[in-house]
Design a protein around this ligand. Structure first.
Ligand code: UT7
Length: 317
């Protein structure tokens, strides 16, 4: 017993930031960002909170599933950080939508949505839940360093949500973690204890882009091959592949190495940038509402990110 996805939703902030606008704030250009990353636009939180956009995505997923907040038995939020350190984002979204069930956050950076699916699968296997809401909501713009042109141009904010009900549609799943604080970090809060030296503290994102780039291509190819083998499916069985959206060049490299029809890889990076763990559920919502998924379709997921973490899964729609 695992689960099936019965509803999807998404919400991005109101403020759209194009490459042209960004070029007036940072020493960059539309030409550089487009050719190196494929990104044209991203959305950035201004006056809204992450809890609000996460709550809207959640309500849309509930409506899509045809159920109410009171029917949810568990809320799992994937986020690197909500609006508060405590309460968790999951508790804030529980309040936003008027649910009463247990709620907690999981932080596996850009891989968090797949980690959340795996946790949900365990709850379904125990038989203690009938409906689970997963919301992946990220505000990376709060941690991007807008004086570091190599990273700040990449990220956007977004929330994506799915409602799961019991079923047998998770065919295989794999998670990895390899602790590494050299390639991708965001410093934590250091507080104001008077005798602690915080002079060298960097509260913003640091990324060694080229190392993460190589790691990403290698992990997508390894993880996708492994979960497809575990699920016993061939390339031609796959309807779509949803990979974490970080850079269109990463996607192109993975496509050519995996020898799977390139049209099966979904790309939304031009419109949203890298929205961390929100990118996969946002793609789910778009595919579902564009009528591109039919019952029985085989979907492969793959993500990678800070930690360093990776995850992949095969689902039947
Ligand atoms: O979800 C988290 C996972 N993150 C990722 O997957 C990111 C993976 N890495 C990447 O996507 C790429 O490494 C980047 C997009 C971050 C960088 O692309 P790159 O092709 O590796 O560029 P680079 O860092 O080697 O920089 C090339 C040049 C440098 O100039 P010089 O030294 O050749 O003169 C940079 O200073 O491009 C310059 N540069 C920029 N120029 C204009 C770097 N960022 C910018 C910019 N605008 N925004």
């Amino acid at each position: 017993m695992s689960f099936q996805i019965i509803g999807t939703g998404k919400k991005v902030p109101e403020f759209a930031l194009s490459n042209e606008q960004l070029s007036t704030m940072v020493d960059t250009s539309d030409e550089w960002i487009t050719s190196r990353t494929g990104i044209k636009n991203r959305y950035i939180l201004q006056d809204e909170t992450l809890s609000e956009i996460g709550g809207i995505a959640a309500n849309r997923a509930l409506e899509d599933a045809g159920i109410e907040a009171k029917d949810i038995d568990l809320i799992i939020c994937s986020t690197i950080q909500g609006d508060y350190i405590t309460p968790s984002l999951a508790c804030m979204i529980q309040k936003e939508i008027g649910a009463t069930c247990p709620a907690f956050d999981v932080n596996a950076a850009c891989t968090g949505f797949i980690y959340a699916l795996d946790i949900a699968a365990s709850y379904f296997a125990r038989g203690t839940v009938k409906k689970v809401l997963i919301v992946a909501a990220e505000a990376i713009s709060r941690y991007a360093d807008y004086q570091d042109r190599a990273t700040c141009v990449l990220f956007g904010d977004a929330a994506g949500a799915v409602v799961l009900s019991s079923g047998d549609n998770l065919l295989s799943i794999k998670l990895t973690a390899d602790g590494n604080n050299e390639f991708l970090t965001i410093g934590g809060h250091k507080g104001n204890f008077p005798l602690r030296d915080i002079s060298n503290h960097n509260p913003y994102m640091y990324m060694n882009g080229q190392e993460v780039y190589k790691f990403a291509i290698g992990s997508i190819c390894r993880d996708v091959t492994e979960v497809m083998e575990q699920a016993g499916i061939q390339n031609e069985d796959v309807k779509v592949i949803l990979t974490h959206q970080a850079n269109s060049r990463i996607l192109e490299a993975a496509k050519s190495k995996l020898e799977i029809d390139g049209d099966k890889f979904v790309s939304i990076i031009d419109r949203y940038g890298n929205t961390s763990s929100a990118s996969i559920p946002v793609m789910f919502d778009e595919l579902k509402h564009d009528g591109k998924l039919v019952k029985g379709d085989i979907i492969v997921l793959s993500a990678f990110g800070g930690g360093l973490t990776t995850g992949a899964a095969v689902l039947r729609w």
